[in-house]
Ligand binder design. Structure first.
Ligand code: FES
Length: 90
């Protein structure tokens, strides 16, 4: 894990801080969101979430390099953010 950043939920406008010692998924679940998960290792694709703004830092093994480069989806169980704020479609 690297640095702190924030997730913005596009539908509610809520801002959720993500600490350097927690995953995005953990931060979302801790704030009461219901996110579907399975492997929690970036392999299965269950937690795939649309990214609307910001640049994800991809750590998964599910998306192809081309899909990762598009930066319009990410796997919150293992991926993080290169930008201080990531707006996601939740
Ligand atoms: S839960 Fe499997 S890729 Fe995120």
């Amino acid at each position: 894990m690297d640095v702190d950043f924030e997730i913005k939920l596009a539908r509610s406008g809520r801002i959720i801080p993500v600490g350097r010692d927690q995953s995005v998924l953990d931060a979302l679940l801790a704030s009461g969101l219901d996110v579907a998960t399975s492997c929690q290792q970036g392999v299965c694709g269950t937690c795939l979430t649309r990214v609307l703004e910001g640049e994800p830092d991809h750590w998964d093994l599910y998306l192809t390099p081309e899909e990762q480069a598009a930066n319009d989806r990410f796997l919150p169980c293992c991926s993080r953010s290169r930008s201080a704020l990531l707006v996601i479609d939740l």
